[in-house]
Design a protein around this ligand. Structure first.
Ligand code: ADP
Ligand code: MG
Length: 398
């Protein structure tokens, strides 16, 4: 689960990280009062959407002006003007896709005098199997591009979970970021704080791009992106309360109601599969045969007919889906339950795209019989290879 920048900053502030004073607003008439409260003389008006690249982004509406989604304002009047232009407008960045995202919240914060922009993130590093810091002196820009063009400017520091951030770790980070004097003192203090927040709140990503050295040589968290591990959210009602459903895919919200592991993707073949491993294999083989999956979906083990029905409806409600592949290996999950779920869903919402079904395992005969006896137009398949080829052919033929 992701949260907004202003929420992430408030959370990091609780842990003692240096962030600017700022206030979120939800309607344009709050802008003047907030600008006065913060006092200026420099304000930054920041669109709050769950995507980065806002500064360099562009609004779809001409009325929002030529400037991007993060704007420096030099007077209260300018704060009001920018808020009026940006609130409700649709911002397109290199992370939103073409459709862009509507700006429903704006964060107004004190402007900082920037000396240098640095990059810092904390993530779960699969190579070391540990939580690791990733830092670079090349902050404020697209870190993927830095990784591509100048990988030597990025340092990864894995953290030993028993010891936490050691002095040696913090020194290595300070050196990589070329921090001196007061900025170095700030760094030594800040890195353990960020690590503590990451671990205690079960984050999966904490990205600060940029972390800045101000002209007074103090550090400040200028941007903050935080993602939480969805499987640990039950431990954090305070974090759950920060959820902004308007930022989430409607199909993913529906899926979460039924406890389905569902992720919307860009392709056109809808997949209904049980088990994350089989779901990944199914997506891979669809790609192997030259098409793209429209989603990742794991209905899990021992799902009810109701859950399977909901899953199938979520897939068919996606207008990008031009064909569906049901690939089930029944273990705890029973093939007849899957078949019944598919039939129930089709009775309720119809089916307008080709459907390939591959069933194997527990109660497979009962499952196949249910489908055969229905008037459902199913393309049967024998194995994974066969199933993938058939659905790709059906979608490409259509
Ligand atoms: P995004 O990464 O989505 O573009 P950022 O919060 O990183 O958004 O802002 C983009 C740029 O705007 C920053 O790299 C920085 O140069 C500038 N900026 C952002 N916040 C402030 C601030 N409080 N004071 C001064 N400049 C800022
Ligand atoms: Mg940024």
């Amino acid at each position: 689960m992701n949260i907004h920048e202003y929420q992430a900053k408030a959370l990091l502030k609780e842990y003692g990280a240096p962030v600017a004073d700022g206030l979120p607003i939800f309607s344009a008439d709050e802008a003047g009062a907030v600008a006065e409260k913060l006092g200026g003389p420099l304000w930054v008006v920041k669109s709050q959407i769950h995507a980065g690249g806002r500064g360099k982004g562009k609004f779809k509406e001409e009325s929002a002006g030529e400037k991007g989604g993060v704007r420096l304002a030099f007077s209260k009047e300018e704060v009001i003007e920018f808020v009026g232009q940006m609130l409700g407008a649709t911002l397109v960045t290199n992370q939103t896709g073409e459709a862009g995202k509507q700006v429903n919240r704006i964060y107004i914060e004190d402007g900082a005098d920037i000396d240098r922009e640095l990059y810092l993130s904390i993530l779960v590093d699969r190579t070391s199997g540990r939580v690791a810091f990733v830092v670079s002196t090349e902050g404020g820009m697209d870190i993927e591009a830095v990784a591509e063009e100048t990988p030597d400017k990025i340092l990864t520091v894995p953290i030993n979970p028993d010891a936490g951030v050691t002095a040696d770790n913090a020194i290595a980070l300070c050196d990589a970021l070329k921090l001196e004097g007061t900025a170095r003192d700030d760094g030594m203090h800040l890195f353990p704080i960020l690590y503590k927040a990451f671990v205690e709140k079960d984050m999966s990503l904490l990205e600060i791009n940029p972390l800045i050295v101000m002209e007074n040589q103090r550090l400040r968290v200028l941007d903050a992106k935080v993602s939480f591990d969805g499987n640990a959210l039950f431990r954090h009602p305070d974090v759950m309360a920060l959820r902004d459903k308007t930022e989430e895919d409607a199909k993913e919200i529906e899926a979460s109601k039924y406890d389905l592991a569902y992720v919307a993707l860009d392709g056109n073949i809808g997949c209904m599969v049980n088990g994350a491993g089989l779901a990944m294999a199914t997506m891979d083989i669809i790609k192997l045969y030259g098409a793209e999956p429209a989603n990742f979906l794991d209905v899990g083990g021992g799902a009810s007919v109701e859950k399977v029905t909901a899953a199938f409806k979520i897939i068919t409600s996606d207008p990008n889906v031009k064909g569906i592949l049901v690939n089930i290996f029944g273990g705890i999950m029973r093939c007849d339950v899957i078949a019944q779920g598919v039939l129930t869903a089709v009775q309720e919402v119809g089916l307008e795209v080709p459907l390939v079904v591959r069933l194997e395992g527990t109660r497979v005969e009962e499952g196949k019989k249910l489908i055969a006896e229905s008037d459902l137009n199913v393309i049967p398949a024998d194995d994974l290879n066969d199933a993938a080829q058939k659905i790709v052919a059906a979608v490409k033929g259509a």
